[in-house]
Design a protein around this ligand. Structure first.
Ligand code: IPM
Ligand code: MG
Length: 360
């Protein structure tokens, strides 16, 4: 039976990078007889324009019915002033939450060819291979109540709520331990347990889950220290597991260790490994439409999709190898450019990966 993939290009650079990722996906589909059928829909600002909401019910139904979802990026200045309830980002949060995609895997891997593109010294980042496991459907992103109002005194006042329940912490901790088991066997749980009640529960539950994983070396770190350690000595980390907001922040930070956020893919999985795959970067409105965005994070998201949702390790490996070969050829988009390399645009990079994959 064919496998259904729903493609949601989104906003800003989303459609440009997605066009390249789709070329790579279609080639992999043919070359490895994967039997994928692609369909397309809108999410975020593009969905606001088309349907009046950032995630239409029919799109959500299509996403539920699909075997996997490939997403570009959402948001942009065009929708910054609209009703906050229908901001493009709300569509992204809704699809994550409605599909139960609680486990967000964000690998930060330094391609050796890009050691010079990192803002850190090559010896600090050489060989870097970190996996951030971010809780994606709980915490302060979804906590109720939340409010933005004017007090009787006339002062404006707003607050959010950061809740976590035991079961939510346990299941993401298990993903963290499971990932550590197939990698370097080290898990660092990041929290703010010196201040936050939710983090105190987080730490307690992670300790309990650790009893089932005696082979994994567990450590705990406060988030401020983790942010510092990531730029001081990032290679001390193997897998990091953390809550929704800390994971959002730390994954952006980790991405820059690898040279560019334009290189980082991600997978958001439910309890059955159904997933949505997207680059970690945003819609980059400042460069949208210019044909210069780096499509590699989205192309590498395709490879994660093949690996995690479809168990097609060989095809996934081939895409990663094709990316590596293109970097070997010296091709670079602007974000990863360094002296002596050949600068290419979005389509140039996508076409080069397609060629490399074809000739493998
Ligand atoms: C991410 C993004 C999103 C998030 C935004 C666009 C809502 O920053 O995927 O990291 O905060 O989760
Ligand atoms: Mg983010």
């Amino acid at each position: 039976m064919s496998k259904q993939i729903l493609v949601l290009p989104g906003d800003g650079i989303g459609p440009e990078i997605m066009a390249e990722a789709v070329k790579v996906l279609q080639l992999a589909n043919d070359k490895y007889s994967l039997g994928f059928e692609l369909s397309f829909d809108e999410l975020g600002g593009a969905a606001v324009d088309k349907y009046g909401v950032p995630l239409a019910d029919e799109t959500l139904e299509r996403a539920r019915a699909a075997d996997a979802i490939l997403l570009g990026a959402v948001g942009g200045p065009k929708w910054d002033k609209i009703d906050p309830a229908i901001r493009p980002e709300r569509g992204l949060l809704k699809i994550r939450s409605q599909l139960g995609l609680f486990a967000n895997l964000r690998p930060a891997i330094l391609y050796p060819q890009l050691a010079d593109a990192s803002s850190l010294k090559p010896e600090v980042v050489a060989g870097l291979d970190i996996l951030i496991v971010r809780e994606l459907t709980g915490g302060i992103y979804f906590g109720q109540p939340r409010e933005n109002r004017v007090l009787e005194s006339g002062e404006r006042h707003a607050y959010d709520t950061l809740p976590y329940s035991e079961s939510e912490i346990r299941r993401i901790a298990q993903v963290g331990f499971d990932m550590a088991r197939v990698r370097g066997k080290k898990l660092c749980s990041v929290d703010k347990a010196n201040v936050l009640a939710s983090s105190q529960l987080w730490r307690t539950v992670v300790e309990e889950v650790a009893k089932d994983y005696p082979d994994i070396e567990l450590s705990h770190m406060y988030v401020d220290n983790a942010a510092m350690q990531l730029v001081r000595a990032p290679k001390q980390f193997d897998v990091m597991v953390t809550d929704n907001m800390f994971g959002d922040i730390l994954s952006d930070e980790a991405s820059m260790l690898t040279g560019s956020i334009g290189m980082l893919p991600s997978a958001s999985l439910d309890a059955n490994n159904k997933g949505m795959y997207e680059p970690c970067h945003g819609s980059a409105p400042d460069i949208a439409g210019k044909g210069i965005a780096n499509p590699l994070a989205t192309i590498l998201s395709v490879s994660m999709m093949l690996r995690y949702s479809f168990n097609q390790g060989a095809a996934a490996d081939a895409i990663e190898l094709a990316v590596s070969k293109v970097l070997d050829q010296g091709l670079r988009t602007g974000d990863i450019f360094s002296a002596g390399m050949t600068q290419v645009g979005t389509a140039g990079m996508g076409d080069a990966v397609v060629e490399a994959l074809r000739s493998l």
